[in-house]
Design a protein around this ligand. Structure first.
Ligand code: ZN
Length: 101
């Protein structure tokens, strides 16, 4: 990953997978869903008062959880997250393209 790519990791213009380095999405593009993790490490850790954050694409997530000794818990989700009108428009366009294939 180039230096300027890392600098935009947490901007709203591009989102990268920290694991494989691929662009997950650019601003206004909801190419795919992804995992975002933010952890504020507290006392009694070796990272006291340090924050960590990263993003992971679905393929890297699937690879990671395949190594778990205890499988992840799966549960149904009743509601989709709150999307802005712009995000909903992009989602609808993406679904229309996907269904057209
Ligand atoms: Zn990835």
């Amino acid at each position: 990953m180039k230096k300027e790519d890392r600098e935009t990791q947490y901007s709203d213009s591009k989102i990268y997978c920290n694991c494989c380095g691929q662009i997950i999405c650019k601003k206004g593009c909801l190419k795919e869903d992804y995992l975002h993790v933010r952890k504020d490490w507290g006392y009694f850790s070796f990272k006291d008062l340090t924050g960590h954050a990263f993003n992971m694409c679905e393929a890297c997530y699937d690879q990671m959880i395949s190594n778990f000794k205890i499988p992840v818990e799966e549960f149904p989700i009743d509601e989709i997250p709150d999307y802005t009108d712009e995000e909903l428009k992009a989602l609808n366009e993406a679904y229309a393209i996907a269904l057209g294939k």
